[in-house]
Design a protein around this ligand. Structure first.
Ligand code: SAM
Length: 189
């Protein structure tokens, strides 16, 4: 079985095509950004968001070493994503939630801003596009974010979206899990 991180990438590899627009909503050290850049290719585009200078620097260095010119790194909160979008629909997005490893653990994603960004992305997501949420719920505030995201996903209309939960249930210490949302119909708002 694939690990949570491997499967989060697989879900996006299966839906992203060369030339697509993809979003890394929390670029951190840039590992997900690099994967998205590979999936959309040099004719595609990746917008990579983070609120921390350290994350922006780490992502910039990883992406430039890999010579991925299709990545635009944005030092801003993902809740402001609407300001950066043009006409092109989003084909896929990833939110790797929680805090930046080896940095200040008190700077974390928050339920209100995460849900606001997911909601905006869903409204402009292509048919068959996917939003992948990797949920870390062991840190203070993590359980609240997990519960609010589960409630948010459970109320999405099944006529327009299907939502998958991928989780190992016998691991210790609050292992991360995935909620993956696929837009099955563009009649969704
Ligand atoms: C678990 S890390 C991301 C790991 C990253 N995807 C990687 O591959 O290395 C979570 C990141 O979310 C960022 N973050 C927190 N709130 C944010 C927000 N409102 N908008 C964008 N990024 C945010 C943190 O600064 C942190 O770098």
């Amino acid at each position: 079985m694939q690990s949570v991180i491997q499967f989060s990438h697989q879900l996006l590899a299966d839906t992203l095509k060369p030339g697509d627009l993809a979003i890394d909503a929390t670029c951190g050290n840039g590992h997900d950004t690099l994967k998205l850049a590979q999936f959309v290719g040099e004719k595609g585009k990746v917008y990579a968001f983070d609120i921390q200078e350290q994350a922006i620097e780490n992502t910039r260095s990883l992406v430039s070493n890999a010579n991925m010119k299709q990545v635009e790194i944005i030092h801003d909160g993902h809740q402001h994503i609407e300001q950066y979008l043009d006409q092109q629909p989003i084909a896929g997005a990833i939110f790797n939630l929680g805090y930046l490893p080896k940095a200040d653990h008190s700077i974390t994603t928050l339920p209100k801003t995460t849900i606001s960004a997911v909601d905006t992305i869903l409204s402009v997501l292509k048919q068959n596009g996917r939003v992948v949420l990797v949920i870390y719920h062991g840190h203070p505030g993590g359980a609240d974010e997990r519960d609010q995201l589960l409630s948010y996903c459970q109320q999405l209309d099944q006529k327009n979206y299907q939502v998958l939960q991928y989780q190992f249930i016998n691991q210790r210490n609050h292992p991360p899990f995935i909620l993956a949302i696929e837009k099955t119909s563009t009649s969704a708002s």
